[in-house]
Design a protein around this ligand. Structure first.
Ligand code: TXA
Ligand code: MG
Length: 335
């Protein structure tokens, strides 16, 4: 199958492919998603196949508007409406109990809940308005970094999907925050750009991280969080800025690539190959470029180790470090 790039002008053609039961990847503000119409079981099954995704890992249903959620739920509680009004469109995925039978088990993995999200990308909401809600796991091969450009999607999935709606590079760069709300308590199952403080301020509800995000021995509530993710073939080591000189020295007999801020690369006069994650030392910018960096440097012909800049875990840096720790298999320099 030939995989087409659909430019925004060709949105009708992309919608038609989806209506024919084919797969089309779409841009969002976080990462690209692999779209199929949520009510088309055959299409949704192909999503799992194309990605090589385990079938017990449920999908996010992407909507163009909050009202699109209504057919699938008994009601939207007031507190959830407040969260939707505050953060949608945006990088917040909300897990809600669904009406029995309203969505196929191929979407929900047989759970009595479903994850919903309204992406902050106008072209994609226009696409969803034409097709109806779309499932959208990240549009990478399972186990690869999530794609932040149309080219990343093409690299992983060409020949397996009908097309890619090209919306340029994504802005946030890490996947959405996933939450559930039980008994007036918000639990974050996956950290993202919407932080605990933002959720607490908007809802006045207590917010906690799912235990697995604090204790590695705990089982995650989001099935997808238990799988090994984003682990490149080249070994990744996390290095905090103050330790870079020592880490470079420790690896002097190896072929090293560095992933860090321009500031840090200048400060340490780094001579090896490098990928710039941010200009100044900001976790927002580092998160935007993290997956592109991991893809660019994952070359065992050239490198033995990637030294990647670590951040103190606060704000968006929690999401950045969550993804980086998985890529590094929790390998920190000096630990
Ligand atoms: O930013 C994003 O969320 C991107 C873009 C494309 O929207 N999508 C994305 O989808 O990251 P995916 O499938 O790669 O990750 C969805 C996560 C998985 O860890 C999955 O296990 C979890 O959400 N999830 C989905 N439905 C769930 C449910 N009903 N209960 C618990 N976890 C759920
Ligand atoms: Mg994913």
């Amino acid at each position: 199958m030939e995989t087409k790039y659909f430019q925004p002008e060709a949105i009708e053609e992309a919608a038609q492919a989806l209506k024919n039961g084919e797969l089309v990847a779409f841009p969002t503000e976080t990462v690209y998603g692999l779209g199929a119409i949520a009510t088309n079981d055959a299409g949704v099954r192909q999503v799992y196949q194309a990605k090589g995704r385990p079938s017990d890992n449920p999908l996010i249903v992407h909507v163009a508007d909050k009202d699109d959620v209504l057919p699938y739920v008994e009601c939207i509680p007031e507190k959830v409406l407040t969260l939707m009004d505050t953060f949608w469109p945006g990088p917040l995925t909300i897990i809600l109990p669904i009406k029995a039978g309203s969505l196929s088990p191929v979407v929900t993995g047989g759970l009595s809940t479903c994850a919903f999200r309204m992406p902050d990308k106008k072209i994609t909401r226009q696409l969803i308005a034409l097709t109806g809600p779309l499932v959208g796991p990240s549009a990478n091969t399972s186990g690869k970094p999530s794609p932040t450009t149309a080219e990343h999607v093409y690299h992983d999935l060409h020949g397996k999907i009908a097309g890619i709606l090209d919306g340029g590079e994504t802005t946030v760069g890490v996947e959405s925050t996933v939450i559930e709300i039980v008994d007036d308590q918000i639990t974050i199952l996956r950290p993202g750009a919407v932080t605990p403080m933002m959720l607490q301020e908007a809802s006045d509800l207590p917010v906690e991280y799912d235990k697995h995000l604090i204790e590695e021995s705990e089982t995650p509530k989001a099935p997808g969080m238990k799988y090994k993710h984003y682990a490149p073939s080249v070994q990744v080591e996390i290095v905090y800025p103050d330790d870079f000189a020592k880490a470079l020295e420790a690896h002097q007999n190896e072929r090293v690539a560095v992933m860090a801020s321009q500031e840090l690369i200048d400060y340490y006069h780094i001579q090896t190959d490098y990928f710039i994650l941010s200009q100044e030392h900001t976790s927002e910018e580092a998160a935007t470029h993290l997956f592109a960096g991991l893809r660019a440097l994952d070359d065992t012909e050239k490198y033995d180790v990637i030294l990647a800049e670590g951040y103190e875990e606060e704000g968006l840096a929690v999401a950045y470090m969550n993804r980086l720790k998985k890529a590094a298999n929790h390998n920190f320099f000096g630990k």
